[in-house]
Write a protein of this length. Structure first.
Length: 124
């Protein structure tokens, strides 16, 4: 199977998890994003080895590589609201920067913890 076909197939698998999450949210009338439920289902599937990581690795890597493109429309949309340039906008930007730094720090610590835990399990 060519690499391109494999990447497309893996993206379809990721999309199906998102659809499953959306279906669950809509069926149970939960006020929660369906895509997040789909990601949690994917995490559980990977954690309990229901699906192997190799089944989605290339597709996920491709999506991560183009992730910044998904934020361009949101950034352009901000230009329609000049009040964001005022003091309220400045406070909003500062809170976004602080929360982003906090999120990156916490995510980094969790990744380091999991990596150390995983490397301790591997025999040398």
């Amino acid at each position: 199977m060519s690499k391109y076909v494999r990447v497309v197939a893996q993206i379809i698998i990721l999309f199906l998890y998102s659809l499953l999450g959306t279906f669950i949210v809509e069926s149970l009338h939960i006020k929660f994003p369906g895509s997040i439920v789909g990601l949690l289902l994917l995490l559980l599937s990977l954690q309990f080895k229901i699906i192997p990581v190799n089944l989605i690795r290339d597709g996920a890597g491709f999506l991560l590589a183009i992730l910044p493109l998904f934020f361009i429309p949101a950034t352009v949309g901000v230009m329609n609201y000049p009040e964001l340039v005022s003091l309220q906008g400045l406070m909003l930007v500062i809170s976004v920067i602080i929360s982003t730094i906090f999120t990156i720090g916490v995510s980094g610590r969790i990744c380091q913890y999991l990596e150390n835990k995983e490397s301790a399990k591997e025999p040398m």
